[in-house]
Design a binder for this molecule. Structure first.
Ligand SMILES: Nc1nc2c(ncn2[C@@H]2O[C@H](COP(=O)(O)OP(=O)(O)OP(=O)(O)O)[C@@H](O)[C@H]2O)c(=O)[nH]1
Ligand SMILES: [Mg+2]
Length: 316
């Protein structure tokens, strides 16, 4: 199979039929063999009914319906688990991403040998204040911490070699940083393609302003994971030793002073230095324990099923 198209969605019933017809016409005019995997992430509208009725006409449609809303990352994770095509395309369900871009993306993966190609909505049809400016800032920060030269890291339209999506683990809200995850996993051939973007035609935005707060917190996490994820003790151990040594030096000085020099007539507990020494030694120990816990967690095998499926369509 040439292409798997993975489409995570939440309450996009009005868009699905038009999106499906558009994808099919592009697939047929390029004679690609393909599958479309819709992941309905606990929609409360008619999205699943629409997917079922589309699948009656088109056997290339597969579907997963989550028991409740687990988030876009989990939806992508489930779609990636099931994808069989040599090239995997992800796109939004709201008709903002243009299926006409798929053949060119496919060629970039198969002929130019990219591991991952990310779309770049160079001309956006979104509000400047709510989306474009925060998004520019966000992408700048992501570029600085990750070293990737992408302009639009969180673009929904992306193409991957199959091995990439079978390797990376998209969890939490990490769908915003898939190129960084891919880079950390060792896939360095990461490209970018300017893609057409449309204004939203039906339905409503699913992510509010809190996307930027969450986005920046995730950015710190991913920076931390890519630097210290495999060796937390290197960070926490070093911090712990430094803090502990500072505290110990203060305590040692006070001890020597009290026992041998007798320069201060006060009790040790009456001196501010005592509390500095105490606090830094305790914090140092805490850092050390955090490092140990990190290593323990890394060592134990984790269960990576983070979603529950309610129904399947054409999947085993
Ligand atoms: N699986 C899943 N998909 C989601 C969720 N929230 C949004 N989506 C899908 O992710 C895609 C992008 O969401 P949008 O709300 O369009 O985000 P956006 O394109 O940045 O915002 P607009 O420009 O207003 O459309 C759409 O296909 C949504 O259906 C979710 O919680 N789970
Ligand atoms: Mg959208």
């Amino acid at each position: 199979m040439n292409i798997s198209i993975v489409i995570p969605l939440l309450n996009e019933a009005e868009s699905l039929t038009e999106l499906h017809d558009w994808i099919v016409s592009v697939m047929q005019s390029n004679s690609f063999s393909y599958e479309i995997i819709f992941i309905d992430d606990g929609s409360t509208d008619d999205s699943w009914q629409t997917i079922l009725s589309l699948s009656k006409k088109d056997s290339n449609i597969k579907g997963i319906r989550f028991l409740k809303n687990f988030g876009k990352s989990q939806a992508l994770h489930a779609g990636f688990d099931k994808a069989e095509g040599d090239v995997v395309i992800t796109m939004d369900a709201d008709l903002q991403d243009n299926p006409e871009e798929i053949p060119e993306l496919y060629n970039m993966i198969t002929e130019e040998n990219f591991d991952l190609v990310s779309g770049w909505k160079k001309k956006r049809y979104d509000s400047v204040i709510a989306k474009n400016l925060p998004s520019k800032l966000f992408n700048w920060a992501a570029r600085r911490t990750s070293g990737l030269k992408l302009h639009d890291i969180n673009c929904g339209l992306k193409a991957y070699k199959k091995v990439v999506i079978k390797t990376i683990d998209v969890n939490g809200e990490m769908h915003r940083y898939i190129p960084v995850l891919a880079k950390n996993a060792g896939f360095t051939s990461i490209g970018e393609k300017v893609v057409k973007h449309q204004a939203r035609k039906y339905g409503t935005t699913k992510f509010g302003m809190n996307r930027f707060v969450n986005g920046f917190l995730d950015l710190i996490t991913i920076w931390f994971i890519s630097k210290f994820g495999k060796r937390p003790m290197h960070l926490f151990g070093a911090l712990g030793v430094i803090m502990f040594l500072i505290g110990f030096t203060f305590a040692f000085y006070m001890g020597v002073d009290k026992l041998f020099l007798h320069r201060s007539g006060r009790l040790i507990t009456e001196r501010p230095t005592f509390y500095i020494a105490l606090a830094t030694m305790i914090i140092g120990t805490q850092f050390f324990i955090a490092g140990f816990l990190g290593e323990l967690i890394l060592g134990s095998k984790r269960d990576n099923k983070r979603y529950l499926v309610k129904e399947h369509l054409n999947l085993d």
